[in-house]
Design a protein around this ligand. Sequence first.
Ligand code: 5AD
Ligand code: SF4
Length: 421
Amino acid sequence: MNVRDSEHIIAELKEKENYTLSNDASNADLILINTCSVREKPVSKLFSEIGVFNKKKKPGAKIGVCGCSASHLGEEIFKRAPEVNFVLGARNVSKISQAIKEDKFLSVDIDYDESSYAFGEFRSSSYKAFVNISIGCDKKCTYCIVPNTRGEEISIPADLIAKEAEIATKNGAKEIFLLGQNVNNYGRRFSDKSHKKMDFSDLLEMISQIDEVQRIRFTSPHPLHMDDKFLSMFASNPKVCKSMHMPLQSGSTRVLEQMKRGYSKEWFLNRALKLREMIPEVSISTDIIVGFPGESEEDFKDTLDVVRQVRFEQIFSFKYSPRPLTRAAEFTNQVDPKVASARLQQLQELQQSILDEISQKHLNRVYEVYFEEKRDNGMLAGRSDNNALVQVEGKDEWLGEIKKVKITNPKRLSLYGEVVI
Ligand code: 5AD
Ligand code: SF4
């Protein structure tokens, strides 16, 4: 989502203000830092980055801070770093033209409605097009700062989404990547009350009817909203790639209640195992937080149990980080950081052993791979439909093409193979 926000900012500056992109900070007229605030680490990094850029920049060049930390810290950024010229929060991206012109411009309103704003066209990849389908988030997961930085959830009108997908595919993208905090809650609220009633399954159907779209991916869906209608649409639509991100967060029903996730361990297992049953080749990835306040050894064992049962193809795992403006930061039963670190390590070791087993099942399989990148090692890299990273020795003209690849050497994090057609 941050990548897409950056693309929107670049598009506005290029189209309306005549800027061009530079990768040399010491030569730039404007330095923009787009920020995350979901854990504490990126926030502390922000101020050291500002210092680095302030030393590097040429005289008169401006520094702007954008994104979720801008929303959350607001005015404080000017106090701690007076060299910053403007602060532009997430969800205020369309004000970038104004921001670069006014002295000490500050706009961090989380009620600002950009859901119908038609941003200019800029994409960092010509193969894969990120398309936002909603802004904000209505959930109030007790550990999460996002509702306080991105505001309430508003769905982007379906015709705007379709138009963006059409333009991107006309420009060569074969893959549309739909983005939102909670994509399968699409249609919950539109700014225009007369907007046709539509849910996420309907939206996927609509995008898949665009001829040039060959692949559709999305992130993040919420396990709570994975009803049967959604799962069967996911399973049956051939353009929808068969990889699902299912953020578990914890395997303990008790902790899930404290997190206000709205589902139980059993519901999550039921949905994940149903997916595996419906689509044998599906890959499932997840996010897990360890050391949430009050997490006992028993609770953590429930998390390990879900990991063993689902056998995720990929896990993003984090140590709980108390965030300002969140309810869990006030909980008095915080877990000792040493205990949390040990649990994180245990979880990651379990996952490594599962990955060692899973990766072998790919040997000699043939996958359709969409080549998107030439790597530093000289190999072409792309993703299979079910999101495995695949690398081959190949020709540059295969970039942007989908080809069949036979896997000859499966490793934990990447599969190596040969193009067969
Ligand atoms: N501490 C640790 N991880 C967090 N996440 C969100 N908030 C926190 C927090 N306070 C993780 C969740 C989410 C992912 C994007 O970041 O797992 O799914
Ligand atoms: Fe944060 Fe929960 Fe919303 Fe995800 S669903 S952005 S974790 S509040």
